[in-house]
Design a protein around this ligand. Structure first.
Ligand SMILES: Nc1nc2c(ncn2[C@@H]2O[C@H](COP(=O)(O)OP(=O)(O)OP(=O)(O)O)[C@@H](O)[C@H]2O)c(=O)[nH]1
Length: 335
């Protein structure tokens, strides 16, 4: 698949918490109960020799059972979610052409399921498409009043679900932002760094790739705070983070460890390249991040991730390298 398209899909699915993937056990329970409720229909259709209808409901039940089992094992990936949505939707459309009343009864539940299964924008698109198509089919086949009532009630269900899911997504997004990000600078926090480092460590161990850690400490920050006040210090921290974000690559990550200490994680970079990159940054920082007479300096320590080191050892190695860099800069009276 086109990598840009793949990236876009990944981002779309990453951005929004999908209810099913957050509470897979509850979702699985709902899916199993729905499958159980539907079991009545194939028997009824088979007894009336409506074989195609019976088969289509059996397919719906099978898809639901597979979904339930998958949910109990692990969250659904993009492909499975789309597959389930499309198969269920097509079956419901078939049902609408042969037994519109049954389809009208199940439409609200299907619309709700779409919001459980997909990220918000995708769910809105899918839900609106199915609602419009099926409603048109009901109006042409059912008694006008029944069709209108069914169409309107499905519409209300769809809109209410959209509102509830939007509120839920926003609340989760805010909570996640607070839990993972430093409020002042917008850089990711130490907790998130530990998660990222564990993942990087696994990647390095499995694929033999490289990853460098750069610990950064701003110079004489206390003096700046004492001379010009805490708010000036805050402003410089924000400008420093902005500069860093402008300078690093897309897959590099900056974390604020606390106070004036930061960590850069640079995947797929050799230590010599990481060193050269941060040395360049070190020269740029005082030119860009300054306040009145104070030009902010930064000291840094680089270390390369290795399979044998634990995460704590890696952080410790970066800390030692930083300490040495700070000492040598102080000795050279740059500070
Ligand atoms: N403005 C501001 N200051 C902070 C914040 N967090 C910590 N600090 C201050 O940052 C300073 C960091 O102190 P140090 O790292 O010990 O001091 P330093 O002057 O940078 O010393 P060297 O690293 O040896 O150059 C302390 O004075 C903290 O109070 C913050 O969010 N905003």
């Amino acid at each position: 698949m086109n990598t840009k398209l793949q990236f876009g899909i990944d981002q779309l699915f990453k951005q929004q918490p999908v209810l099913m993937n957050r509470y897979p056990r509850y979702a699985a329970a709902v899916v199993f109960i729905t499958a159980l409720l539907l079991c009545y229909f194939p028997i009824k259709y088979a007894l009336n020799a409506q074989w195609m209808l019976a088969i289509s409901v059996v397919i719906i039940i099978s898809v639901l059972l597979i979904t339930g089992v998958r949910l109990l094992k692990k969250p659904l990936n993009v492909f499975n979610s789309v597959l389930i949505g499309v198969v269920e939707g097509m079956m419901l459309m078939y049902l609408a052409s042969s037994s519109p009343l049954a389809a009208a009864i199940w439409l609200p539940a299907f619309l709700v399921a779409l919001f459980l299964l997909f990220p918000f924008k995708v769910a809105c698109g899918f839900a609106f498409f199915y609602w419009l198509t099926l409603s048109t089919s009901f109006i042409s086949q059912l008694d006008f009043e029944i069709a209108l009532r069914s169409t309107l009630s499905s519409c209300i269900v769809m809109m209410l679900t959209a509102v509830i899911v939007k509120i839920y997504n926003d609340a989760i997004g805010t909570a996640e932002g607070l839990a993972t990000t430093d409020v002042l600078t917008g850089a990711l926090n130490r907790r998130t760094m530990l998660n990222v480092l564990h993942k990087e460590h696994e990647r390095v161990a499995r694929y033999g790739q490289t990853c460098c850690l750069v610990m950064i400490d701003l110079d004489n920050f206390k003096m700046l705070n004492d001379t010009y006040g805490h708010s000036s210090g805050d402003e410089l921290l924000i400008r420093f983070v902005k500069l860093m974000h402008e300078s690093i690559r897309k897959n590099d990550t900056l974390f604020r460890l606390g106070g004036d200490e930061f960590m850069l994680v640079l995947p797929c970079l050799q230590i010599a390249d990481a060193y050269a990159f941060v040395s360049r940054l070190q020269k740029i920082v005082p030119q860009v991040v300054n306040y009145k007479t104070v030009e902010l300096g930064m000291s840094f320590g680089v270390c390369e991730m290795s399979e044998s080191d634990t995460i704590n050892e890696l952080i410790h190695n970066a800390d030692i390298a930083l300490y040495q860099n700070k000492l040598s800069r102080k000795a050279n009276t740059q500070l």
